[in-house]
Ligand binder design. Structure first.
Ligand code: CMP
Length: 145
C-alpha cells in the first residue's frame, strides 16, 4: 500500500541536500512535496513536543533552529518504516557501525547532529506533514502549497 511519511533534512546536512535527495530517489521514494524553511523556537518546540522535558530538548531546539531545514513528504509502499530504515539509528556514530549505508551514517555527526528526521508512525506522519504543509484555502479555492 502506498503510504506517506515526513522527512526533514536538518541544518547540519542542508549543504549536502543534493546527495540526500539522490539517496531518497534511488531508494524508490517519490518526493511529493518539499520546502525550505527557518523554524522559530516556538515552532520547533511544537514539532518536537513529545520530547519536552528530556535533557536533550533545549539543545535540540537550538540545533533545529540554527539554520534552515528542508521539509519533505515522501511516498512509497510502507514509507514510514522504509524511511526510518533508510535513516538508520538516531545516533550517527552507531549508524556507522550498524548501518553504514544509511543517511545518518553518511551525513550525520553524532546522536544529536544526525542529519535528518523521519516520522515514527503513520499518525506522526499525518501530524508532521500537516504542520509543515497546512491546507490553505482563500475564497474557497486551495492555492499552491
Ligand atoms: P529526531 O529523529 O529528529 O528526533 C528527536 C531528535 O532529538 C533526534 O533526531 C536527535 O536530533 C535528538 N536526540 C535524540 N536523542 C538524543 C540524545 N540522547 N542526545 C541528544 N540528542 C538526541
Amino acid at each position: 500500500r502506498r503510504q506517506r511519511t515526513f522527512a526533514m533534512v536538518k541544518p547540519d546536512a542542508v549543504h549536502r541536500l543534493g546527495e540526500i535527495i539522490d539517496v531518497i530517489q534511488s531508494r524508490g521514494f517519490e518526493i511529493s512535496r518539499m520546502k525550505m524553511v527557518q523554524l522559530t523556537r516556538t515552532q520547533a518546540a511544537i514539532f518536537y513536543r513529545e520530547h519536552e522535558g528530556r535533557p536533550f530538548f533545549e539543545p535540540l531546539l537550538d540545533y533545529v533552529t540554527s539554520g534552515t531545514v528542508i521539509a519533505m513528504e515522501l511516498i512509497t509502499s510502507d514509507a514510514v518504516k522504509r524511511w526510518r530504515e533508510t535513516l538508520g539509528p538516531t545516533d550517527a556514530e552507531l549508524a556507522r557501525q550498524e548501518a553504514p549505508d544509511s543517511v545518518r551514517a553518511k551525513f550525520g555527526q553524532n546522536k544529536q547532529l544526525n542529519a535528518a528526521h523521519g516520522s515514527d508512525s503513520d499518525i506522526s506522519a499525518t501530524r508532521e506533514i500537516e504542520f509543515f504543509f497546512p491546507s490553505s484555502k482563500v475564497n474557497g479555492i486551495t492555492g499552491p502549497e
